[in-house]
Design a protein around this ligand. Sequence first.
Ligand SMILES: [Zn+2]
Ligand SMILES: [Zn+2]
Length: 99
Amino acid sequence: MRSHKNPPATSRYARLLTDPRWHRRRLQVLNRDGFSCRACGEGDRALHVHHIGYIRGRAPWDYPTRMLVTLCAPCHHTLHDRAPARSDDAPIQLSLFID
Ligand SMILES: [Zn+2]
Ligand SMILES: [Zn+2]
C-alpha cells in the first residue's frame, strides 16, 4: 500500500542542505571559486555548490573541497538535466564528473 509518510529522498536531502555545516562548507567552496560559476564564469547569478560525485551515506558537507564546485543556477540545472552542452558554454569536464 502506498503511504505518504515516506517523503522522497530528495526532500530529505534538501533538508540537509539547510544544515549550518553545509552552509560553512558551501561558503568555503564559493570563496575558493571567487563567487563565480566554474562553468561559465558568471558571478551575478544565484550560485549553487555542486557535488562532482556522491559517496553513499555521506552528509553533503562531508566531502573534500575538490569534490565540490561552484555553478550558477542555469549551469547547475543544465548539468543535472544532462542537456547537451552548447559548444560555446564548454562546461564539458563537469558533465563527465557526475555519477
Ligand atoms: Zn554558469
Ligand atoms: Zn549538483
